[in-house]
Design a binder for this molecule. Structure first.
Ligand code: SF4
Length: 696
């Protein structure tokens, strides 16, 4: 660098890319980010490591495409507007719909990239100002089933293990997790531990990079995870490998589980899930005899029409083997976006819960929030609102007329891009708040410019439940403003005076109303560093791992509650017309819908375009050469994409990344069926046919 160290500003902050929660110092000068460097003293999760995104990928912040002024649409074209005009237009738009169709004809989409404080005020805006629980976020498209399954079984819909499990566990079981690409620093730590002797078992339809480090890699037919996990439980019980003492002391429901897994014989598992009996047995024995074991998963386990059953199944496996509730043993869903745990869940931008997972249907909760916000009880909405996926279906039925979307890009992330496009086009009013004119924002009536992670103050909560400070390293670009300020200014237009001066003020209100954040304040985070929730009071140091004092899924019992996991068939089955099964996922160099990373030249050198991975044998059968463009067609859509021949997928499957509009997986996936309890879509099983461009 041309700069000397004493000429630059150094700001310690938390990474804005993924939910591993790496911390580092950002070096900046004259409003430009020069680079980042981990400061191990302030980085409990990553120490000296970061990945390519956290380390190098800040060019987007200064991109010419950044929104620096509000935009309003006039005669189909955007023009710049003042904040005053833009906020008036949003108020008018939302007001108009409220008056004509009622509050529940509006839905808000909050952002898991934004801070906890941003999300807290967004849910307050929905409930207090608009009077609706129609608010949700991208958690619905990823770990919603994890949250349902884990909270029903254990009490909290979050990772039970903390950081110890990452460095000091005997056995890792990874299911549907492309860890090294999606959560690189977790991947590195697991690989290090495996090098030091820990066992690693990987279950996935696709041979991901982490599978190459596994003691056992087992290919699973997409959509059949409940089947193999139930089969493994059956084997463990039959061979008396279960932890009887742990179960007797801590678990309810063994007998119904024993009965429910009876049909999952090794032969049945092989037929359905494609797993040879020896592989199932050897993995079962490794898990059951390990001193400690962490079960980690990402979206391969949950993005199914029966995602919650998959979570019940893996939670049952953790319980019968006694690997639950310890510092080194337990469950660890790897969360995706930087703040999906906090901003996407804990803060309550959810249709069913206030902050801290306090149900909106409970009168005492409604009273508590109404009192704090100065509302009459009958003004506080009591019915659960639409889940994100349901919003797009409600719009089809004309029940939803307007949306306000903050920092999300559903045109690419919703299952079935074609359907999302129709919905966005047809809305009576759409406001979008973002840092770029995203594919979704193109359909908006008003676009509000927000700040990027390095221009924001507040907190993010990591996958391991650590609440950590985020600090402004550079001033916002142009007239962009932090999300919380925009929401507060909009509330003021409706006549609500919230009076927050800073994110720290907002956190104080969060702490007052949210028991799991009860002891958290910005002052404490500044002096003590990240604090893992629950942190109930000022003298509580937080909870590095959950359930040391028992479970609390039901009020009158400290025992974990096992639920029968039904092995429901995937929503579609390959046939002659659509003979291959497509799975989807992430690549290291991109992040979600690419809003930020597709503007990074350094990253795009590796992965600017989508691709489809096809097994060489299948490629030969279809006459497809490596690098050739093919058309993928599903029952729901079609897209052209470049073929990459590789044995990562099996011959019967193909893999397409999710980040792209052109050639991306969500051109082919479907909006229904949804998982029953969580209403999450089935991204991971889509039948497709492959044809050569121009026909073959
Ligand atoms: Fe950021 Fe995740 Fe990379 Fe860490 S692993 S630097 S949190 S993107």
């Amino acid at each position: 660098s041309d700069y000397r160290l004493n000429e630059v500003d150094v700001t310690d902050t938390t990474c804005g890319y993924c939910a591993v929660g790496c911390r580092f110092d950002v070096y900046s000068k004259d409003g430009e980010v020069l680079g980042t460097r981990p400061n191990p003293e302030k980085a409990p999760i990553n120490g000296i490591s970061t990945c390519v995104k956290g380390k190098f990928s800040y060019g987007y912040v200064d991109s010419d495409d950044r929104l620096t002024q509000p935009l309003v649409k006039e005669d189909g074209e955007f023009r710049e507007a003042s904040w005053d005009e833009a906020l008036s237009r949003v108020k008018e738009g939302l007001d108009g719909i409220q008056q004509e169709y009622g509050s529940d004809a509006i839905s808000l989409v909050a952002s898991s990239k934004a801070t906890n404080e941003d999300n807290y005020v967004m849910q307050r805006f929905a409930r207090e100002v608009l009077g609706t629980n129609n608010i949700d976020n991208c958690n619905r498209l990823c770990h919603a089933a994890t949250v349902e399954g884990l909270s029903d079984t254990f009490g909290f819909g979050a990772a039970s293990t903390g950081l110890t499990a990452l460095e000091d566990t005997d056995c890792y079981v990874l299911v549907g997790s492309n860890t090294t690409e999606a959560h690189p620093v977790f991947g590195t730590r697991i690989k290090q531990n495996v090098r030091d002797g820990a066992d690693l078992l990987v279950f996935d339809p696709r041979k991901t990079q982490i599978a190459e480090y596994a003691d056992q890699f087992t290919r699973v037919e997409p959509g059949y995870d409940t089947t193999w996990i139930n089969g493994m439980i059956r084997y463990i019980l039959a061979e008396d490998l279960h932890d009887e003492e742990f179960i007797a002391e801590h678990v309810d429901g063994l007998e119904k589980i024993r009965e429910s897994v009876e049909e999952f014989t090794p032969e049945f598992v092989e037929e359905k899930a494609g797993i040879p009996p020896e592989e199932l047995k050897s993995a079962a024995e490794t898990i059951a005899t390990a001193d400690s074991c962490m079960f980690g998963w990402t979206l391969g386990l949950v993005e199914h029409s029966h995602g919650t059953d998959n979570i019940y199944a893996i939670a049952n496996l953790a319980l019968i083997t006694g690997h639950m509730g310890g510092p080194k043993s337990g469950v660890s869903p790897f969360r995706g976006q930087n703040n999906v745990q906090g901003g996407g869940g804990d803060m309550g931008p959810l249709p069913n819960n206030f902050p801290g997972y306090q149900p909106v249907t409970d009168e005492e909760n409604r009273e508590k929030f109404a009192e704090q916000w100065g509302m009459e009880m009958d003004e506080m909405p009591a019915e659960e609102g639409y889940r994100l996926t349901e919003m797009f279906l409600a719009a089809d039925d004309d029940d939803l007329k307007g949306m306000f979307i903050q920092g999300e890009n559903p045109q690419i992330s919703e299952p079935n891009i074609g359907h999302a496009t129709e919905v966005l086009e047809d809305l009576d009013f759409l406001a979008v708040q973002d840092i770029f004119l995203t594919e979704t924002a193109e359909y908006a009536d008003v676009v509000l410019p927000a700040t990027s992670t390095v221009e924001s103050n507040g907190t993010y909560t990591s996958s391991s439940r650590h609440v950590q400070l985020v600090k402004r390293a550079i001033e916002p670009k142009g007239n962009a403003k932090p999300d919380w300020e925009i929401t507060q200014a909009l509330a003021a237009r409706f006549g609500y005076d919230w009076g927050f001066d800073s994110p720290s003020d907002i956190m104080d209100e969060i702490a007052d109303l949210t028991p799991i954040y009860g002891g958290i304040s910005h002052e404490r985070l500044e002096t003590e560093g990240g604090i893992p929730w629950p942190c109930q009071s000022e003298d509580d140091d937080g909870t590095p791992y959950l359930y040391a004092d028992g479970f609390h899924a039901v009020e009158d019992s400290e025992k974990a509650q096992m639920h029968v996991a039904d092995a429901i068939e995937p929503g579609e089955t390959p046939d002659e017309e659509f003979p291959l099964v497509m799975t989807s996922g992430r690549v290291l160099y991109q992040y979600h819908t690419g809003t930020m990373t597709l503007r990074e030249e350094g990253l795009d050198a590796y992965s600017a375009e989508s691709f489809v991975e096809i097994h060489p044998q299948t490629a030969a059968e279809y006459g497809v050469a490596d690098g050739e463009t093919v058309t993928l067609t599903s029952r729901h859509g079609a897209t052209a994409v470049r073929a990459e021949t590789t044995d990562r997928p099996s011959p019967g499957e193909v893999f397409v990344p999710m980040h792209y509009l052109e050639g991306g997986a969500n051109n082919l996936t479907k909006e229904e069926p949804l998982d029953g309890p969580s209403r999450a879509p089935e991204y991971k099983v889509t039948d497709v046919q492959v044809t050569l461009e121009g026909g073959s």
